[in-house]
Design a protein around this ligand. Structure first.
Ligand code: IPE
Ligand code: IPE
Ligand code: MG
Length: 239
C-alpha cells in the first residue's frame, strides 16, 4: 500500500535544532552573521509552514547556554537578529495565530530584548494556534537544575517530602510544563547530537538528522523528516 502525504501522521510536538548557519555562510565566502540572517528568514517561513501542517507544539532551539562562548561580534549580531525578529513580530505578525513563548533564562539578555520578549508573549497569550517555544539562552541541564531548585524549595517549605517526588512533578517544573514531550527532534547541519536540547523531554523522541544546513531547510526537507518519522516503530520500551 502506498501512503500519500495526506495519510501521514503529523507529530504533536516537534523540536528543531537549527544548526549550520555558520557553515552555510562559509561555503559562500561570507561572514558567519550573514548565515544567521538567512537562518532567520528560514525560521520565519518554516514556523508558518509547520503551523499550517497542523503541528500543535514546535520548539525551536535558537541560542544555547553555551553559545555565549562565541566571539563577541557573532553574539552581538545574533542579538541584533533577535531584536529585529521581536520588533517585527510585534508589528507585522500581529495577525498570526501562533502562541509564542520563550523558554530559557531570559535574564541574561540586554534589557530592551527582555522587554520585547515580555511584550511578545503578552500579545500572543490568548492565541489558539500552534504553540511556538523559542529556546533562547536555553540549556537542558540548566532547565533541570532550576526545576530541582524549585522542588527543593517546596520540600524545605514542607509542601512535599523527597519520597513523594515523581517524574510528573519534575516535568511540571520544566519550562515546557503542561506540554506533551517532543515526538520528533530534527537537527539540521548533519551532527548527531542533542547539544543540551530538551534532555529530560527527549527520552523517547525520534531523532532525525539531515545534512541540509538550516538556511537551506524548506518544506521539502520538512516533509522528508515527517515521512521518515512515519516509518519509525516507536515501542517506548514495550514490544
Ligand atoms: C546555528 O548555526 C545557530 C546558532 C547556534 C545560534 P551555527 O552558528 O551553529 O552554524 P554552524 O554549526 O557553525 O555551521
Ligand atoms: C546547537 O548548535 C545550538 C543551537 C542550534 C541553538 P551548536 O552549533 O551550538 O552545537 P554544537 O556546538 O555543534 O554542539
Ligand atoms: Mg553549530
Amino acid at each position: 500500500m502506498t501512503t500519500t502525504p495526506k495519510e501521514l501522521y503529523i507529530p504533536e510536538h516537534i523540536g528543531i535544532i537549527m544548526d549550520g548557519n555558520g557553515r552555510w555562510a562559509k561555503k559562500r565566502g561570507l561572514p558567519r552573521p550573514i548565515g544567521h540572517t538567512y537562518g532567520a528568514k528560514t525560521f520565519k517561513s518554516m514556523t508558518r509552514y509547520i503551523s499550517r501542517r497542523g503541528v500543535k507544539y514546535l520548539t525551536l532551539y535558537a541560542f544555547s547556554t553555551e553559545n555565549w562562548k562565541r566571539p563577541l561580534e557573532e553574539v552581538n549580531s545574533l542579538m541584533k537578529i533577535f531584536r529585529q525578529y521581536l520588533i517585527d513580530s510585534l508589528t507585522n505578525f500581529r495577525e498570526d495565530d501562533i502562541k509564542v513563548v520563550f523558554i530559557g533564562d531570559r535574564s541574561a539578555f540586554p534589557s530592551d530584548i527582555i522587554k520585547l520578549i515580555d511584550e511578545t508573549e503578552e500579545i500572543a497569550k490568548d492565541r489558539k494556534g500552534m504553540q511556538l517555544n523559542l529556546a533562547m539562552n536555553y540549556g537542558g541541564r540548566a532547565e533541570i537544575v532550576q526545576a530541582v531548585q524549585r522542588l527543593c524549595q517546596e520540600v524545605r517549605d514542607g509542601q512535599l517530602t523527597p519520597e513523594q517526588l515523581t517524574e510528573a512533578m519534575l516535568s511540571d517544573r520544566l519550562y515546557t510544563a503542561g506540554q506533551p514531550d517532543p515526538d520528533l527532534i530534527i537537527r539540521t547541519g548533519g551532527e548527531h547530537r542533542l547539544s543540551n536540547f530538551m534532555l529530560y523531554q527527549a527520552a523517547y523522541a525520534e531523532f532525525y538528522s539531515t545534512e541540509t544546513l538550516w538556511p537551506d531547510f524548506g518544506e521539502k526537507e520538512f516533509e522528508e523528516a515527517i515521512l521518515a518519522f512515519n516509518q519509525r516503530s516507536r515501542r517506548f520500551g514495550g514490544v
